[in-house]
Structure formats: C-alpha cells, structure tokens
Design a binder for this molecule. Structure first.
Ligand code: ATP
Length: 908
C-alpha cells in the first residue's frame, strides 16, 4: 500500500499548467473526440467492477430447491421403489417441466431487472472540441475537462481548475460527513491525505454547493474509490409489500391445504383405498392447493410492467413504487419543464417606464427588439448583464439552435443577440473572477467580472427578491437615480402584469465593486445594487399536459403545482393546464411560512398551486398531505429537493434536469421530465396491480376447484376422480400458461376512471375472496357432475370416468381464464382476441391436452381412454356451464349497479 502511495502522481501539489501539459489537454477546448476515443481504448470505460448477475445455472438450480419439488421427487422415488415406473417417470417429467417454466419466468424477470440497472446511467458535462456535451460518465477519459455543480455525483477523480463557492460531501470515501470546501489552487504540501486534498474531486463523492470546472486525472478502477471498492452498490431489488403479503398468504394456504390433504388421505385409507395410491393423491393435492407459481408470476408481471414503463419514460428505481403508484392520491409537480416545455423565449423587456417587445420564436437569434435602442442606456446595460451573468451557451447544429445549460439563461442569450451583442465577445473583455451560482432558495445569481482595475457584479434573479437588494436604478438614457418606494411599486406591478400573462420574469441589476473583493459572499456582493430592468419570457405549456391533468382528475388524483416561480405566473399556467375546476387556490412561500403545520394540513386539500416556494416548503407540503392520509407523489430536481422526494410515498426525480442526489433519493425517474409521463406511470402501476390480481384470482379459484373435486368425491364415497398425475399436470402445466398471459392482460380502459386503491386493502378483499370461493365451487360442481354421470354410465370403468373428469376440468379452467379478465365486463365486451397471449396460451395448453388424450403414449402415461363424440358433447356442455353462470352473474351485477353502459370498453 505504501508503495502504491509513493507511485501515485501528486496531482494536488502541482500547478495547473503542468497538469494540463502532462495530460495533454487544452483547458478551454478540452480533448478532441479522436483523442478521447484513443484514450478510451487505452484506459477502458470509467466503470467500477460490478457484482455479476445470477448465472442461468444458478436460477435453474433454485427452481428445484422448494419443499414441493422435494416432496414430488420423494413421491417419484417411492413410486420407482414400488415398481410404478410410469408414475415415477411422469412425476419427474412434470417436475422438470415445471422447473423449466419457472426458470423461463425468472430468467426473463432477471434479464429485465438487469436491463433496468443499465438504464440508470449518470451523465457528465464534458468539454470536447470546444463544445460542452452531456456524456454518459462511463465515457470519461483522463484529460477530459468536466463541469460539475451542486447535486452532481463526481464522475471520476479530477483536479479542480475553477471553483465558485464549491463544496463536496466525501463521506463515501473518507467517512467525513461535513461538506468540504474546495478550491482550485495548488497545495504546497505534497504528502496530504485524501481528506485534505482540497483541490481534488473524487469519484463517488457528491457536490453539495457551487460550481466548478476540473480535469479528469483517473477513471474506473484506478480512481481512489476504485482502489478501495471492488463492487459498486447497485440499487437493491427489494420485495414489494404485495410480494411480502403473498408470501404470508402462502403460509396460510399451506396450513389449510395440509388440513384438507389429511382429511382426504384419512377418508381414503379408512374406506380401504390402497395406501400408496392415497399417498400419491395426498402429495398431488398438496401441490394443487399451494399456488407455488404465484411468486414467479408476480415478479414477472412487475418486471415486464417496469419495462413497459421505461418505454413510457418512467424508470422505476425501487420495485415497491410500482404498487404505490397505483394507489397515489395526489401528485405534487414542478411547473417548469414538467408542465411546461422549458423552452423559454424572451418576449418583453421593461426598462424605466418603457415596455419593449422582442420578436422571434425559440432559440434562433432571429428577431428584433422593438421600441428601444439596444446600444444605449438602461437597455444596453440590461442586455449586457443578461449576457455577462450567464452560464449557458448557444449551439447551432444541423441548422437548429439549441441551448447548452439553463433554458432561462439561454433565452437571455438569444435576446442579447437580437440586440446585437454576442456573449463571447463581451466575456472576453471582462473575464470572470467569481460567481455565486443560481440557487432556487436564494432565487438569485451573480457573476463578478474584471473591468480594468475594478470589478463589476452582474446580478439577476426573481424580481420581488432582487428588488429588495437594489437602491438605485438606471433611466432609459443611462443615468443612475435612487430607487424610490413608488418606483419599486410600479416595477412590481409591471412584473405582476407580465406574470398574469403566464410569463416568467427575471430582474437584472449590477454593481461596480471597487476595490475588487477577495471573497464572494452573497451578503457582501448582492446588495446596494442598481436595478436595470425586467426580462419576461414565455414558456409554453406542454401540449399533453392538460389531458394528463384531466386524466388524473378522472382517476381521483389531485394535482398540485409547486414552483419557485411567481404566484401569478403559476396561476396562469395552472389555469391553462386545467387544474382544479373551480377557482384555483394558491399560496406563496411567504404565506406558507405564516401557517402552522396543523393549519397547513387542514388547508392542504384546497390549495392546488404553491408559488415562490423553497425546497423546505416542499417537505412541509408532503408532510401535510400525508397527515391527511394521502398517498403522495412528489417531483424534484434540485439538490435541495432530495428530502421532500425521499419523504414522499413516491419520490419522482427528473431525468433531464434532476441532480444525481435527487435521483438517488427517488423511487422513480421520469426520463423526459414530463408530467404526462407521471400520469402514464400511475396508469401502468394501476394496471400492473390489476393484472397481478387477475392471475392470483385465477390461480386460487382453479386450485380451489381441484381441491373441492377431490374432497367432494371423497365425501360422496366415490372413487378418486383424478389421478395424481392429472392433478399435477393441470396444476403445473395447463394452468401456468393462462396465468402468465393474464399477467400481461391489456390495460382496462376504465383503469383511470376509478378512484385510487386503498394501499392498506388486501389484494383480494372480502367480496373478491368470496367470488373466488363461489367460482371454485361452481367449477368443482360442474366437474363432479360429469364424474357422477360418467360413473353411472359405465359403472366399473373408472378410467373412462376419470378421462371425462380430467378433460372437463381442463376445459372449465381454460374458459375461466377468460372470465378472470374482467370482474364487470363480459368477455364479449372485453374482446376474445384482445389478449392474444391468452388465446395463444390456451391453444398451446389445449394442444398438449389433445396430445395426451389422442396419442397412445399419452393414454398410457395418463391412464386415459379415447372418447366418443357424444361423450365429448357432455364434456363441452358441462365445461361451458361455469363460464355461462359467471357471464350471467356479471350481466346481473352490471344491471343491478345501475351504472350506464355507455360504450363497450376498448382494449388496445
Ligand atoms: P419549478 O421548476 O419548481 O416549477 P422554477 O424553475 O420556475 O420552478 P426556480 O428555478 O426556483 O423555479 O426559479 C424561481 C425564480 O428565479 C424564477 O421565477 C426567476 O425569476 C428566477 N430565476 C430562475 N432561473 C434563474 C437564473 N438562472 N438566474 C437568475 N434568476 C433565475
């Protein structure tokens, strides 16, 4: 270790120029793409070794570890010892088939989950060939110039070149939990421990404040983190509440089935059935009663659902969120970028007593400033400040203009260009000496630039906040005057006017700092400013936002906007998006401060817009809703949002604008930052839950019917209606495919017309449980009736009666799968072909069943006999009966509920 320590290049102790030379990089233009590609092939990807996923062999092996499988293998052994080779072979074959089916399901689930992990890529802002790019962190190479800011994970080890109010949290590496202040100058002592290397950034640590530019010095396993950690911590896959409840439910079923098995076994032996036959029957019955396929079906449904959500721009980070999503009662959402497009265009400027129009659309600097001279007075100063207090840049690619950086700042750059000023030229004449980055709690931002011997602070921020720090203003002709109270009032009323038109307003100000300060503290720099004017920009509503808000309303979900923007802007957007049908109630951060937690909780249901709030308010809003028993989804992007996102039942991070810290705290990431994707995720969550319920319902009612057939016959004093091999076959093979197909049933068109589910309610409530029991009973009755009839036709040929019973039960269960698709609508409303998987599954199972009945080997192994057409008609007649009963039942309950049958649902 000591040796290694010696060999490490002491990046922290060397001057910047020397580092840049050694790493062969220009600190302004970065590496060229070609050089970066070359280095990537030498150094490899910037990744830490990951724990390998479970191998297919491991998954296969775990299929044969359950108690049931061992009991079956035991039963096969006993059969073999007694010379019943066919029985032994058939049981083993079914065990293997069942194992393969389980393997396929679990392997698929594992693959989807592995795919999900790779989707959660983090991005780094890298300068290459003079342009700032967003790249996957894995593509970083030594020598890359990166920009990092509050909320980012440091993507590699790097030496800081510039730092503004920069702090990192290095607990992951050094164990020190208080943030460390960072700087860019070389450190004199070359033998410093990591914790004291204050100009270095280390992979795996987090930026908690400020902004910085750094040069990457080590990537992947050569980083400090790579040296100490061999495994990266992946997001753990935890069981969902539903999975946990199902496991408990499984225990209850196990106990119950053992009781029934004992009764059937006891009665059989008492009546003189051979002991061995009864043993096999008991084992098969136990298999029939325990729905061992359930956990795999739930996992597969969840995993497939999660994959479907990815295609709808929702990335689930914690599996339980899928269930919680379906129970959400309120969605608290950001405005900018989520409900709106986050494509800003400055349309109005206000200086002195003038309102000036800016023409043009989007980020193309094509348009003019109408009603003022951009080369003079306040308007020139305003535009200069807009360009000099600005961290964004404009880029033109394939004829399209785009902004790299904050869209608010991008819009200001475009406005400046329309006035004839170019940011790069102004910035070259006034180099940056310090920066106070934008912070949504302070709602201001400052860049300090050198102008000859002096320095100038260029400031912009929310008008109501920034005005409080101004004591002068500039007239349209460029004179500086004191800012009187009445002027402040009239500026605020112009601001209000803009805001009512759904415009986002930024105020601009500046101050000459003489002498040039050595430290940049907001309390020292952002005061005694000279007000220059306002810039108002439009940010159009996303076209899909209104329908998504409407969809949530029809689903009984309240939508609440929480924004840092002005109350009037927020209200105007809320109205456009169709929030709350009545007058929309809004509260500002200041008003919130005056409310106690109890008052807020009592009012929270009536407020749908919160404006000028900070991250701390978000936390209070989440808590207030939760105190009212709501299931809250909350979005967030900034580093300060993380606590509220963590506190919410479903924390949602923004994929594009969200910081790594917020993503870490979240349950779900919305990859396109779009509110409509949140509504879509809720819809998916609801339908995944409904599908799991369908599969469980189906499996339980089928299993119950099998147990009741066996129990009923034993009680009636009849011979065994099904042989163990029949029960095993039905249970492990023919049931399995339809249950899987039900798990991917298309979305019920009514899914977003119902109120949210009570998260505490069991998967099968009392009504549904009763339905399962009644359906099991009806199916068993029809099957037993066929057994009774067959027995009475041919008294001493039990194998014929068993063939009839076996076939009837299989048919009954196939049809029952279609019944389970909807508890209200008839199959004909739902559409037979709308779940092609189910039709296919039933066909495959029917083919297998046909092969057994018709082939000589099938007849031999399953001890069945060929059937005549009239016997088939009895099977079909009785087989259809339960299905018809249940269809009639649905029709009756539809008529009784009195809900109008407006349109038949459309399954897509
Ligand atoms: P949300 O995303 O939560 O809907 P928001 O993005 O509108 O809210 P903030 O980013 O906190 O909220 O912005 C609040 C106010 O701060 C804006 O109304 C604007 O006046 C000002 N502001 C926004 N961005 C900047 C910036 N880059 N520089 C200076 N001021 C800004």
């Amino acid at each position: 270790m000591a040796d290694q320590q010696q060999q490490r290049p002491r990046w922290h102790a060397r001057p910047q120029g020397e580092i840049e030379r050694e790493l062969g990089v220009d600190p302004v233009a970065g590496l060229s793409e070609a050089e970066a590609a070359r280095r990537l092939s030498v150094h490899g990807r910037n990744e830490l070794p990951e724990a390998p996923p479970p191998s297919p062999w491991h998954i296969l092996a775990t299929q044969f570890t359950s108690l049931i499988v061992w009991v079956l293998i035991g039963a096969a052994l006993v059969s073999g010892l007694l010379g019943e080779w066919i029985d032994a072979g058939a049981i083993l074959a079914i065990v293997v088939l069942n194992g393969l089916l389980g393997f396929l399901q679990e392997y698929r689930a594992e693959q989807s989950l592995a795919a999900l992990r790779t989707l959660a890529v983090t991005y780094a802002r890298v300068v290459r060939d003079g342009t700032r790019l967003n790249l996957s962190s894995t593509e970083l190479v030594p020598g890359d110039i990166i920009d990092v800011e509050a909320g980012d994970h440091v993507p590699a080890d790097a030496r800081l070149l510039q730092a503004a109010a920069f702090r990192t949290q290095e607990a992951a590496l050094t164990g020190e939990s208080t943030p460390v202040e960072k700087l860019s100058a070389a450190l004199p002592d070359s033998d410093l421990p990591l914790a004291d290397q204050r100009n270095m950034l280390f992979m795996g640590t987090t930026v908690t404040g400020g902004k910085g530019r750094a040069v990457v010095v080590a990537t992947g396993s050569v980083t400090e983190l790579g040296r100490i950690a061999t495994l990266m911590t992946a997001v753990p896959i935890e069981p969902t509440p539903l999975q946990r409840r199902l496991e408990q439910f499984g225990h209850v079923l196990l106990a119950l089935s053992l009781g029934i098995v004992l009764v059937v076994f006891g009665l059989g032996v008492w009546r003189g059935e051979p002991l061995f036959d009864m043993f096999l029957t008991a084992v098969s019955l136990a298999v029939a009663a325990i729905p061992e396929g359930l956990p795999a079906i739930v996992t597969t449904t969840l995993a497939l659902g999660v994959m479907r959500m990815v295609s709808r721009h929702a990335l689930i980070r914690r599996l339980p969120a899928v269930e919680t999503l379906g129970a959400a009662t309120v969605i608290c959402t950001d405005k900018t970028g989520t409900l709106t497009k986050n494509e800003m265009t400055v349309t109005k400027l206000a200086i002195d007593d003038l309102v000036i129009e800016v023409t043009g659309e989007g980020y193309a600097p094509v348009g003019t400033i109408v009603g003022g001279d951009p080369r003079e007075g306040a308007l020139r100063e305003l535009l200069w400040t807009a360009l000099l207090c600005n961290g964004a840049s404009l880029k033109q690619a394939e004829g399209k203009w785009a902004v790299v950086g904050d869209p608010t700042e991008g819009a200001l750059l475009v406005a400046g260009r329309k006035g004839g000023w170019v940011q790069e030229e102004l910035a070259r004449a006034q180099p940056l000496v310090g920066e106070l980055p934008f912070d949504s709690d302070r709602k201001m931002m400052t860049m300090v630039r050198r102008l000859g011997e002096r320095a100038v602070a260029y400031v912009k921020g929310a008008p109501d906040v920034l005005l409080g720090s101004c004591d002068e203003y500039v007239t349209k002709t460029g004179e500086r005057r004191p800012l009187t109270e009445s002027l402040r009032h009239s500026i605020l009323s112009v601001n209000q006017q803009f805001a009512r038109q759904a415009l986002r307003v930024v105020a601009l100000a500046s101050r000459v700092l003489d002498p040039q300060p050595t430290s940049f503290d907001p309390d020292l720099v952002e005061r005694r400013l000279c007000f220059l004017g306002l810039a108002a920009m439009k940010d159009p509503l996303r076209p899909e936002a209104k329908s998504a808000v409407d969809l949530c309303r029809s689903a009984g979900i309240a939508t609440v906007m929480i924004t840092g923007d002005h109350k009037e802007t927020a209200l105007a957007i809320a109205r456009e998006a169709g929030f709350a049908s009545g007058p929309t109630q809004a509260l500002s951060g200041l008003e919130l401060n005056r409310l106690s937690d109890a008052d807020l909780a009592s009012r929270v249901r009536t407020v749908s817009v919160y404006a000028r709030v900070s991250a701390e308010h978000k936390l209070r809003i989440v808590r207030a809703w939760r105190a009212q028993g709501a299931v809250v989804a909350m979005t967030g992007d900034g580093v300060n949002d993380a606590p509220a996102v963590r506190e919410a039942d479903i924390g949602i991070a923004m994929g594009v604008t969200g910081t790594d810290v917020t993503k870490d705290a979240s349950d779900m990431v919305v990859t396109d930052d779009n509110f409509a994707s949140i509504a879509a995720a809720v819809e998916e969550g609801r339908s995944i839950y409904a599908n799991i319920r369908k599969s469980v319902h189906y499996l339980l009612s089928c299993n119950l019917s099998e147990v009741l057939v066996m129990l009923g016959s034993t009680v009636l004093g009849w011979p065994l209606p099904l042989l163990p091999i029949h029960i095993l076959w039905i249970n492990l093979v023919t049931d399995g495919f339809p249950a899987l197909a039900l798990a991917v049933d298309p979305k019920d068109p009514d899914v977003m017309k119902r109120p949210p589910r009570d998260p505490q309610a069991p998967l099968l409530d009392r009504g549904r449980f009763l339905t399962v029991c009644v359906q099991g009973l009806v199916m068993a009755a029809a099957t037993l009736a066929v057994f009774g009839i067959a027995l009475s036709i041919v008294k001493d040929e039990v194998s014929f009666a068993r063939t009839m019973t076996f076939t009837t039960l299989v048919l009954v269960q196939f049809l029952h799968a279609f019944t389970c698709r909807h508890d209200r609508y008839s199959l004909f409303q739902v559409g037979v072909a709308s779940n092609r998987m189910l039709v296919g599954a039933v066909l495959v199972s029917a083919l297998l069943q046909g092969a057994i009945l018709l082939s000589p080997w099938g007849q031999e192994i399953f001890k069945v006999v060929p059937l005549r057409a009239d016997e088939w008609s009895v099977i079909v007649g009785f087989g259809l009966l339960p299905f018809l009963v249940m269809e009639l039942w649905k029709a009756w309950s539809r008529a009784r509920s009195g809900r109008p049958e407006t349109v038949s649902p459309h399954y897509s």
